[in-house]
Design a binder for this molecule. Structure first.
Ligand SMILES: *Cc1c(COP(=O)(O)O)cnc(C)c1O
Length: 386
């Protein structure tokens, strides 16, 4: 089976991990700040806060922005459930903005329309979580302008997008947002096995996220209610979690970072090559905006079902039978049973539902060979022309 995505682990990565295993600190040691500093520098962001997953980082970000009970948070329906769950963890209400049918990211026009309506009803969101689907940035300049006009915060779910650029700024720079989130799950661009990170230019948000990722405990006397009892002393000043990343993971991440630019370059090469090979087939290849240099986490095609004799499910199953590890990203979140039983009504998202009925993610990863890619294209051609 040619998988839809896979990590690459080199001898350098293995050596970096072994070095930590032989050191004094498996966790809470020097590899963690080294990794944080390297990513912050790479992204031109002031602060980076690692977590044990992007899901945890999203939760920390929502808490740092003060999201709580009765607040509203809006995101895209075409995302992994974690983007929306993070707001539910804080007791907030979630709603969804339909996608732009060209980019598959949240539609800025729909966002503006819904904000105007929400303003009249006094139900403006406290935060919006744009998701950079497949690695291509949302139209952040416009979303940022709306955030100023309507007064909401922005968390970029950039889980797919490390290594990419938007208008020549690195994704993660937070030029147009309060906090940006990366995921380091093995299918993503670079990996720490499990892991995530929040980037921000706001020191209060960074400090809050660092406090909450480790139980809400501080050893900084300035944050305590009274003088420390002694050198052992710490205070719990908030209700936090254990969301820490280990040094073993951070060392792996730091080593992987050396190949980030090569990975993204190779992903773009392969994606452009797919565009060419698939040109004559009844599929829509991914649109790329000139504002973006996408990390190309996923290569999603849409089937022109009116020109194909098979259903979406039949095409998917036939490709799997031919050893092509296709996937579907994503099932619209508001249609998940957990969301459907929440006692409020979601925004209609017809574009998201149409996208879901046609989308297939083809295999794409930096170590994929052109021969493997040709096999994928051949299998697809046979499947949709049969
Ligand atoms: C993978 C992913 C997450 C969650 O990442 P984890 O590191 O697995 O918690 C969140 N949002 C999106 C868009 C993702 O693709």
């Amino acid at each position: 089976m040619i998988p839809y995505g896979r990590q690459e682990i080199t001898q350098d990565d293995i050596n970096a991990v072994i070095e930590v295993l032989n050191s004094d600190f498996l966790t809470q040691g020097p590899a963690l700040p080294a990794f944080e500093n390297a990513v912050a520098k790479y992204c031109s962001a002031s602060f980076a806060v690692t977590a044990n997953s992007a899901t945890s980082a999203l939760h920390l970000a929502c808490l740092a922005l003060g999201i709580g009970k009765n607040d509203y948070v809006w995101t895209s329906p075409i995302t992994f459930v974690a983007s929306a769950n993070a707001a539910l963890y804080c007791g907030a209400h979630v709603d969804f903005i339909d996608i732009n049918p060209i980019t598959y990211n949240i539609c800025v026009k729909q966002l503006e329309k819904k904000l105007t309506l929400a303003q009249k009803e006094n139900k403006l969101p406290k935060a919006v979580i744009p998701v950079h689907l497949c690695g291509q940035s949302c139209e952040m300049d416009q979303i940022h302008a709306l955030s100023k006009r309507f007064g909401f915060k922005i968390i970029e779910d950039a889980s797919h997008a490390i290594g990419g650029k938007y208008k020549n700024d690195p994704i993660g720079s937070c030029k147009y947002s309060d906090i940006s989130i990366f995921s380091f799950h093995p299918v993503k661009i670079v990996t720490t096995a499990e892991g995530g990170m929040a980037l921000t230019n706001n020191s209060d948000y960074a400090n809050k996220m660092k406090l909450l990722r480790s139980h809400g405990i501080t050893r900084n006397p300035d944050q305590m209610t009274h003088q420390p009892h002694g050198p052992w002393y710490y205070q719990q000043i908030d209700l936090g979690f254990n969301y820490r990343m280990t040094d073993i993971q951070a060392a792996l991440g730091l080593s992987q970072l050396n190949r980030l630019d090569d990975y993204v370059r190779r992903r773009n090469e392969l994606a452009t090559r797919y565009d060419q090979i698939l040109q004559s087939m009844p599929v829509i290849v991914p649109f790329q905006s000139p504002d973006n240099y996408s990390a190309r986490h996923l290569y999603v095609i849409r089937l022109k079902l009116d020109q194909i004799q098979r259903t979406h499910l039949q095409v998917f199953e036939a490709l799997r039978e031919k050893g092509i590890g296709v996937n579907v990203h994503y099932i619209p979140v508001h249609t998940q049973p957990y969301y459907a039983q929440l006692e409020y009504q979601f925004n209609d998202c017809p574009e998201a539902e149409r996208y879901y009925s046609e989308a297939i993610s083809l295999p794409l990863y930096p170590t994929m060979s052109e021969k493997q890619q040709d096999l994928v294209a051949k299998a697809l051609k046979e499947t949709i022309e049969e």
